[in-house]
Structure formats: structure tokens, C-alpha cells
Design a protein around this ligand. Structure first.
Ligand code: RIB
Length: 334
């Protein structure tokens, strides 16, 4: 294998000169740099990334940690991150932790040993202290959910305002008994969406009814079980806001099985804007997140910070806009 020593010997320069020719443009003449690079090419020299990482240099590798790769929200997010990683010549590693805090912390520890340059984190039901400690001095951008105690860049949407859009749409259609299927407890986006549901009702003089709230899990099974629980409670409702599209898809199945027509008997709104939401029957009205752009902006924020000669000490928070997409699952209250 050709080493940096072989290149230096053939070029008649020091190892340090070869390193400057390979890694930075300052402190070397363009003539020397071009000659060293030509000799490296002619010898078939491949920089040894492991050696570079051991020498404390960047490895051009970043990682994205996700809680649930079965949810179509995340592959769209990955596409946004991958686009920027490809443009900037970085390798992207994916870690799926199934909302398991211990696994996420173990993944972060391994990523640090592998000398990744930085991480993008969608935290599951992790507590801040676990993550804040695990990511200390590792460049980190938090996506989608806030992590208590972790001072880092954040790229997200305004979940509370998005949830208000969903409920205001139902209120404008004349609905007053609007149920809510929540996301999992302990996740900031769940709490913020439930708060948005409550705020929109109260702004119309309606006190949120706890009997109309069922806990979901951001998965279709939780939406299905939540729908069945609402029906078994025999409470009156003509609409429902589900904390994400996968929960809404499970709810559609439960309502249909119980003979409730959507939207004639019950109007349903989701949250995310996954591609699948356009293909349910009826197609799902939802609050769409700019999922691809969330991933793209987070990757840009991380790589810009890594490239900066003097990284800005202050963390940045980027909040992108959601958009209500009205489809066949909502209609005027009958
Ligand atoms: O965990 C899945 C959910 O988290 C997605 O549906 C999206 O809403 C994100 O907040």
C-alpha cells in the first residue's frame, strides 16, 4: 500500500508538506502543491481515513439517529439529509434505536469511537440528561423534538401552531366535539400538538374534554386502538385530530370497522404530510411538515458549523412552516 512517506520521498519533500498539499491550501505554493498531488496520483496514493481520524482530522462522516424507521416520515427526512451529505462529500451513517434511550446512548458512544464529525439527532423518549452527557463536545443538531438540557442547534416546526391549524379547520367546518389521539408521552412534539389542540378549542370557548383524549404512540396500531377506545367510551364526537398521519391511518380503520363513515360521521385530520396520506380512502386531510427540508436544513446547519474556522458559539434554532392540506377525510359537520 502506498503511504504518505512514499509520496514525500518521491516528491523530495517532508511529510508535513505532503499533508499541507492534501489537506489545506494555505502555507504551500501552488507549484509544490500541484507537483505533490501529481506524484500522489501517479503512485495511486489513497489518504487513509483511519489515519486521518487518529490524527484528529475530520473523517467526513456524520450520523443520523432515528427512533422509528418504520414511520414513512423518517425516510423522507433521510433523503433531505443525504442530499446535503452527498453534495458536501460526507458519508452518512444511520442509527435506529426504536425509542430506546440506552441503545441511543450506546450508538452515540460508538459513533464517537468511530470519530464521526457530528450527529443529527431525532430523540425518542430520551431524557435530556442522558443525551446531554452522551453528546457533550460532539457537534450535534437536534431535529423535530427538543431534548431538555441539551444546548444545541435545533431544526423543527412549530408543532403547537400546526396542531391549532388542524383543529381550527375542523371548527370552521362546524365541529365542536373534536377528539384527540396523542403521540407517546415524554416527547416534546406530542405535548406541543396536544397543547395546540387545547388552545384552539379554548379560543372558541370550548373546554377540552378529557373523555375525548386517548393516548397513542405515533404508530398505526396506537391510532387504531385509540379509535376503538373512543367508540367504546360511547362519547359523542364528530371529528378527531390525530397527532401524526400513521395514527390517523389506524383511526380510519377503527372508524370504518365500527360503521362510522369518514367524513360524513367523523372528520379526521392527521399531522406530517407523509406521501401515503394522499392514498388512504378517503385521502387524509393533514398538517404537512416540510420533511425533506427539515433534513436538508439540519444537515446544512451541521456541516456549515463543522466547516467554520470559528464556529459560532451560540446554538441556532430553525423553525420551518407547516401547511394544512385539505383532502376528503374532512367535511362540514352534519
Ligand atoms: O416518531 C414519529 C413522529 O415524530 C413523526 O410522525 C413526526 O410527527 C415526528 O414528530
Amino acid at each position: 500500500m502506498v503511504t504518505v512517506h512514499d509520496v514525500a520521498r518521491h516528491a523530495g519533500v517532508s511529510i508535513a508538506t505532503v499533508s499541507r498539499a492534501l489537506n489545506d491550501r494555505e502555507r504551500i505554493s501552488s507549484a509544490t502543491r500541484d507537483r505533490v498531488l501529481e506524484i500522489a496520483r501517479s503512485l495511486g496514493y489513497q489518504p487513509n481515513d483511519l489515519a486521518r481520524s487518529l490524527a484528529g482530522m475530520a473523517t467526513q462522516t456524520i450520523a443520523l439517529l432515528l427512533p422509528d424507521i418504520t414511520n414513512p416520515f423518517f425516510p423522507e427526512l433521510v433523503k433531505g439529509v443525504q442530499t446535503i451529505a452527498d453534495e458536501r462529500g460526507h458519508l452518512l451513517l444511520l442509527c435506529h434505536n426504536a425509542d430506546d434511550g440506552a441503545k441511543a446512548r450506546a450508538d452515540i458512544a460508538m459513533l464517537r469511537r468511530k470519530k464521526v464529525d457530528g450527529i443529527l439527532l431525532v430523540a425518542g423518549t430520551l431524557k435530556g440528561r442522558g443525551i446531554a452527557g452522551a453528546t457533550s463536545d460532539l457537534p450535534t443538531v437536534v431535529l423535530d423534538r427538543r431534548v431538555p438540557g441539551l444546548r444545541s442547534d435545533v431544526v423543527t416546526v412549530d408543532h403547537r401552531a400546526g396542531a391549532r391549524k388542524a383543529v381550527e379547520h375542523l371548527l370552521e367546518l362546524g365541529h365542536r366535539r373534536i377528539a384527540h389521539i396523542t403521540g407517546p408521552p415524554g416527547i416534546s412534539s406530542s405535548k406541543e400538538r396536544q397543547a395546540g389542540w387545547e388552545e384552539a378549542l379554548r379560543a372558541t370557548g370550548i373546554e377540552p374534554d378529557k373523555e375525548l383524549v386517548v393516548q397513542g404512540d405515533f404508530l398505526e396500531d396506537g391510532g387504531y386502538a385509540g379509535g376503538r377506545a373512543l367508540i367504546q367510551r360511547k362519547v359523542d364526537f364528530t371529528a378527531a385530530f390525530a397527532a401524526n398521519d400513521m395514527s390517523a391511518i389506524g383511526l380510519l380503520k377503527a372508524l370504518t370497522e365500527e360503521g362510522r363513515q369518514v367524513p360524513n360521521d367523523v372528520s379526521v385530520v392527521g399531522f406530517d404530510g407523509i406521501h401515503l396520506a394522499a392514498y388512504t380512502a378517503p385521502a387524509l386531510t393533514t398538517v404537512a411538515q416540510p420533511i425533506f427540508d427539515l433534513g436538508r436544513r439540519a444537515a446544512e446547519l451541521l456541516l456549515d458549523r463543522l466547516a467554520a474556522a470559528e464556529p459560532d458559539k451560540e446554538p441556532h434554532t430553525v423553525v420551518l412552516e407547516t401547511k394544512l392540506v385539505v383532502r376528503g377525510s374532512t367535511s362540514q359537520r352534519r
